[in-house]
Design a protein around this ligand. Structure first.
Ligand SMILES: C[S@@+](CC[C@H](N)C(=O)[O-])C[C@H]1O[C@@H](n2cnc3c(N)ncnc32)[C@H](O)[C@@H]1O
Length: 292
């Protein structure tokens, strides 16, 4: 069925707009993207950034401690999967790339007493910040170090034991060649029928358009001043990535929102991509994996 643009648009209670359409660029924005190509990061430097990815994130947390990211209080609104079950049902939750816990701690604060939380990150400092949070409770949480581009997650959790996993602004920090490994790790961690909740940067988000020449590593992949990296996704890229890993797509869409701070006179449009990907419970996905 053909849909007009308006029909594909959905506005939620918070004013976030869900739309299946790539942002149209103005001439000035096209020029800015073009200018980024005038000075691409040399291959040797790009290789060094990849080798030192963990160190750059660990230094990021040394510098910013727990002050950089805001608590993600929107997750229960956007991801009904977090609240749609019986109160006494035991739920195993895994945050992949947890940083200092800005997603898990708001859930802990709201109750979620039937949840057991696993939280992992490859930055030892980030994991230490999670463990030293006053809400950290060893009887219902376990934070540990794991690099999602390897198998070492499974030194701490059993394969197939997770009901809900999340990947929130993490995949964009990882080299595109390693994304399929990360998707595979998430798939293996989930039980059949388990769901992966996803949010990350969308193509032509203002943060992408703002990069000056000298920051571009590859198409849509950039280095920030502090050596951390970020990619800006289209819906199609994520759909292909997670479908190829064996997931069923429940949701996969751009989210347009505005970041407003009246005091500082800030009002900027943002573009994210949001997804919900389910590991099938009918064995079909296992077949896909065998053939990969
Ligand atoms: C932008 S932060 C997001 C943190 C958290 N998910 C949140 O929403 O606040 C990205 C996180 O991904 C982590 N990360 C990047 N690459 C990783 C990898 N290969 N394995 C595990 N964690 C990784 C970084 O250390 C950082 O904590």
């Amino acid at each position: 069925m053909e849909m007009t643009i308006d029909e594909s648009k959905h506005v939620d209670d918070n004013g976030d707009i869900f739309v299946h359409r790539l942002k149209d660029l103005t001439d000035e924005e096209k020029q800015r993207l073009e200018a980024q190509n005038s000075r691409i990061i040399p291959d040797t430097k790009a290789a060094r950034l990849e080798k030192e990815a963990k160190r750059h994130w660990d230094l990021f947390y040394k510098r910013n401690e727990t002050k950089f990211f805001k608590d993600r209080h929107w997750t229960t609104r956007e991801f009904q999967e977090l609240i749609n079950f019986k109160a006494d049902e035991r739920i195993t939750f895994l945050e992949l790339g947890c940083g200092v816990g800005n997603m898990v701690f708001p859930l802990v604060q709201e109750g979620f007493s039937n949840f057991y939380f696993y939280a992992c990150d490859f930055s030892p400092r980030a994991v230490e910040f999670v463990k030293s949070n006053s809400l950290y409770d060893e009887s219902r949480m376990k934070a540990f170090c794991a690099d999602l581009t390897t198998d070492n997650l499974f030194e701490n959790i059993e394969e197939g034991c997770v009901d809900i996993a999340s990947l929130i602004f993490v995949l964009s920090a990882i080299h595109p060649e390693a994304w399929s490994k990360v998707a595979q790790v998430a798939y293996r961690a989930l039980r059949p029928g388990g769901v992966l909740l996803f949010r990350d940067y969308g193509r032509y988000d203002m943060a992408q358009l703002r990069f000056k020449p000298g920051h571009k590593i590859a198409d849509n992949f950039y280095m920030r001043q502090d050596g951390t990296r970020s990619y800006y996704y289209t819906e199609e890229e994520l759909q292909n990535l997670f479908t190829n890993a064996g997931f069923e797509i429940i949701m996969n869409t751009y989210v347009q929102r505005r970041t407003v701070n009246f005091k500082e006179g800030i009002d900027v449009p943002r573009i994210f991509v949001q997804g919900k990907y389910r590991k099938p419970s009918n064995g079909k996905a296992e077949m896909i994996q065998i053939w990969q």
